[in-house]
Design a protein around this ligand. Structure first.
Ligand code: MTE
Ligand code: MOS
Length: 764
């Protein structure tokens, strides 16, 4: 569909957020605000060891404490003791072994939270400690203890195009480096939490904070040992997810389900911040070994990349996260001869999962630092090196995919260059003088929207749309609102697709009873997938509304009438008689026409060859360029990020203000990743900083000036041309800052986070 040909009074406009007022007034209800009569409270007992044999759990003292109903351990799980994800290797409760510090071992169930907390201290867990494996290099060493199968590797991938080894021999310049990236904690404002409520005939309803109600649905059915038609999952207002509520709510919901099922009473499990940090998934630490060959001008001719991620104790989402990183390993640059090998490594630390960018910020830091190093060595402008190598319409990706439309990378570079005044500010580091030095750095990013060929079987979404008797429109969707603005953006798409006024459209929080399994709310897929699915439902309902309108306007066919923004009129007389949406809806019911429709959207095709990694990895890509400016005190190493220019091609900005909000939030998360966030462990693998007092996050104080730029290269399969971009604002911030630090100081940071100590050379 050509977006220019469709009426869109609402799409492309900064409509106010549907959920804003309740959240501002503090009346939005998060899961901890709910209660049920007879509710039980759960507190988790956790392993104090990173690795060990579980010898004995003595519950006797705890079970005698006031208000305690029981202490639940693995053998009491009514269904299957395995969280259903990719490999199903993680138990709801540890069985036989504990594999990370903080792993759930038992659930204390009591009448009040205080009683459960009190009793938890009296559960005696006897563990015979084993030597843990605590890092990537340690896990892949030939003599490493075997903690997962025979090689400590959960999964591996390969992307191989041409012959990188041969092409490398012909390169004029060869660059070889290693880069390392740390953990990142999501730090959503609302911690994990659910309430499980048992119902009649063995049914179970779970309410909670989550990103993926259908994954949780699988977990509830598995933990309770019931059919899916007896399990129901209702998402409650979710205070941020950022990928962290993709896999982990399945654990929490499964555990609450186990308790609710065993005691046949509602059960509430809400995490404290300390346990949320210690036990929930994080961004994978990464190790990237890169060798890149170029011609004399800096055009990339060969790339060899080995990418390792630290998956932690269970595989959870590691295979999926790793696949995305593998495909995107070189960044948005042409290269005919490339070989990427990637490994998801097992260690005795907290299982890692999705975090905004999904396995790509790690390789982006490496790739974008490498491109900068090439520019420096060849005395070239780092922006021009990106223009030389970057994707243009018709370019071929590392997986051999031809970019045949909607490729706005060059425009993001050009717009960012202009707005940041790059030409006036860029200067070789050697020319910078003085104690306080400014620097400017750039990064470019591309990002495959949706699940891609790796998760193709899950890439479909359902929608149910009903026009109510009063003209209001009810949309049930398969993706969730978690702060990113989905309910508003989707209401805008639904309104224009139907011809309804925005104010009458309500998109409700996800309920597994209302739509079939629509896959996860990840990979920036919501606008594209649910948007398309809403358009399909609207396309079914609209002809019925037009039929009613034609009748009411005395037209002989529906082709003679138009319905835009809640007003129906004759095309030949647009200023004449108007029929409002409410009136149309009332007549729709009077005519007894079906007021509901169902949308089911299947992602455009993608492909992937397991041997070579070649194929159309994703149906479309979004693009971004970041330019960062920093100021460094050369004496103390202290620095400040002053300004970030962030230009994005997302196809179409359905709601420009929401897009800008995403850019601002994502940029700040990227700044945290670049400059301060890290998780530390002691020599025995115990996590040392599981509190906001010790896990340092950026605040408004650290916020630079952020300059968002919207670039629109519409995608013909997207709703009104939109692609998807929720994750992209975070992804390239770290290398842009690191490159700016180099530009100011001449010091190259190859291991995040950037710290004054590293700038002064006191730490690597
Ligand atoms: N923005 C807010 N405010 N809260 C969030 O939890 N999650 C991010 C991003 N932006 C998130 C957010 C992540 S990880 C993803 S995948 C996308 O939003 C998902 O939303 P979308 O599919 O609507 O882009
Ligand atoms: Mo986002 S990391 O794909 O939930």
């Amino acid at each position: 569909m050509n977006p220019q040909e469709v009426a869109m009074p609402v799409v492309g406009t900064s409509m106010p957020r549907k959920d804003a007022l309740d959240k501002l007034r503090g009346v939005a209800k998060y899961i901890d605000d709910y209660s049920f009569s007879d509710i039980l409270h759960i507190v988790t007992v956790r392993s104090q060891h990173a690795y060990g044999r579980l010898i004995k759990i003595d519950k006797s003292a705890a079970e005698k404490m006031p208000g305690v109903l029981g202490v639940i351990t693995a053998e009491q799980v009514p269904g299957k003791n395995a969280v259903p994800l990719v490999f199903d290797d993680e138990p709801f409760l540890a069985e036989g072994y504990v594999r990370f510090h903080g792993e759930p071992v038992a659930l204390v169930v009591a009448e009040t939270l205080e009683q459960a907390q009190e009793a938890a201290g009296h559960v005696k867990v006897e563990i015979e400690p084993l030597k843990p494996v605590l890092g990537i290099r340690e896990a892949i060493a030939p003599d490493a203890p075997r903690i997962y199968k025979d090689d400590n590797i959960f999964s591996r991938y390969n992307v191989c195009k041409g012959n990188a080894e041969e092409a490398m021999k012909k390169a004029v310049h060869i660059f070889e480096q290693e880069y390392e990236t740390p953990y990142q904690e999501h730090a959503y404002l609302e911690t994990n939490g659910v309430i499980a409520v048992p119902g009649l005939e063995d049914s179970m309803t779970v309410y909670g904070s989550m990103q993926c109600p259908f994954y949780v649905h699988d977990a509830v059915a598995a933990a309770a040992g019931i059919d899916r038609n007896k399990a129901r999952v209702v998402q409650t207002t979710t205070g941020g997810g950022f990928g962290g509520k993709e896999d982990f709510p399945s654990v929490v919901a499964g555990q609450a389900t186990i308790v609710a099922k065993l005691f046949n009473r509602p059960a509430k499990l809400i995490y404290k911040r300390e346990e949320d940090i210690i036990a929930s998934s994080k961004r994978h630490p990464g190790l990237i070994k890169m060798k890149v060959g170029t011609d004399e001008r800096g055009k990339i001719v060969a790339a060899l990349i080995d990418y390792y991620v630290d998956g932690g104790a269970y595989s959870t989402l590691t295979p999926i996260v790793l696949w995305r990183g593998t495909v995107h390993a070189l960044g948005p640059y042409e290269c005919e001869d490339i070989h990427v090998r990637s490994y998801g490594v097992a260690t005795n630390k907290v299982p890692c999962g999705a975090y905004r960018g999904f396995g790509s910020p790690q390789v982006i830091f490496a790739g974008e630092s490498m491109i900068d190093e090439i520019a420096v060595a060849l005395k070239a402008d780092p922006l021009e090196i990106r223009r030389l190598n970057g994707y243009k319409l018709g370019s071929k990706t590392a997986t051999g995919q031809v970019l045949d439309q909607s490729c706005g990378l060059m425009e993001t570079i050009d717009k960012a260059r202009e707005r940041s005044q790059w030409a006036a500010k860029w200067q070789a580091p050697a020319d910078r003088k003085g104690n306080v030095r400014r620097g400017i750095g750039i990064s470019s990013v591309y990002y495959g929207v949706g699940l891609g060929a790796g998760g193709k079987h899950l890439d479909r979404v359902g929608t149910s749309m009903t026009i109510m008797k009063d003209g209001s429109v009810h949309c049930a969707i398969g993706n969730v609102e978690m702060g990113q603005g989905a309910r508003t953006v989707l209401a805008q798409i639904a309104a224009d697709a139907l011809g309804a006024p925005f104010d009458l459209v309500n998109v409700v929080e996800t309920d597994t009873n209302m739509v079939p399994d629509s896959g996860p709310t990840v990979a920036s897929r919501t606008t594209f997938m649910s948007g398309n699915s809403l358009m399909l439902a609207a396309a079914e309902l609209r002809p019925r509304l037009l039929q009613v309108a034609a009748d009411m306007l005395g037209a002989s066919s529906t082709a003679e009438v138009e319905l835009i923004d809640g007003q129906a009129f004759l095309i030949k007389d647009p200023k004449g008689k108007q029929i409002g949406f409410k009136e149309l809806a009332a007549k729709l019911y009077a005519y007894r026409l079906m007021p509901s429709a169902f949308g089911w959207f299947i992602a455009p095709d993608s492909s992937y060859d397991k041997e070579t990694g070649q194929g159309n990895a994703y149906f479309v890509y979004s693009y971004c360029t970041n330019i960062a400016e920093v100021e460094v005190d050369m004496e103390t190493g202290e620095f400040k990020v002053i300004r970030i220019t962030s230009a994005h091609d997302m196809g179409k900005a359905i709601n420009p203000q929401q897009v800008e909000g995403q850019i601002e939030g994502g940029t700040l998360q990227g700044l945290g990743y670049a400059t301060m966030e890290e998780i530390r462990h002691d020599a025995n693998g115990r996590m040392l900083n599981n509190a906001f007092a010790t896990y340092i996050l950026p605040t408004t104080e650290d916020t630079p000036e952020i300059d968002p730029i919207i670039v629109e290269h519409p995608y013909d399969r997207g709703p009104y041309g939109a692609k998807g971009f929720g994750e992209v604002p975070l992804m390239g911030v770290a290398p842009a800052i690191s490159n700016a630090i180099y530009n100011a100081t001449g010091v190259r940071i190859r291991r995040l986070p950037i710290k004054p100590e590293k700038i002064l050379g006191l730490e690597d």
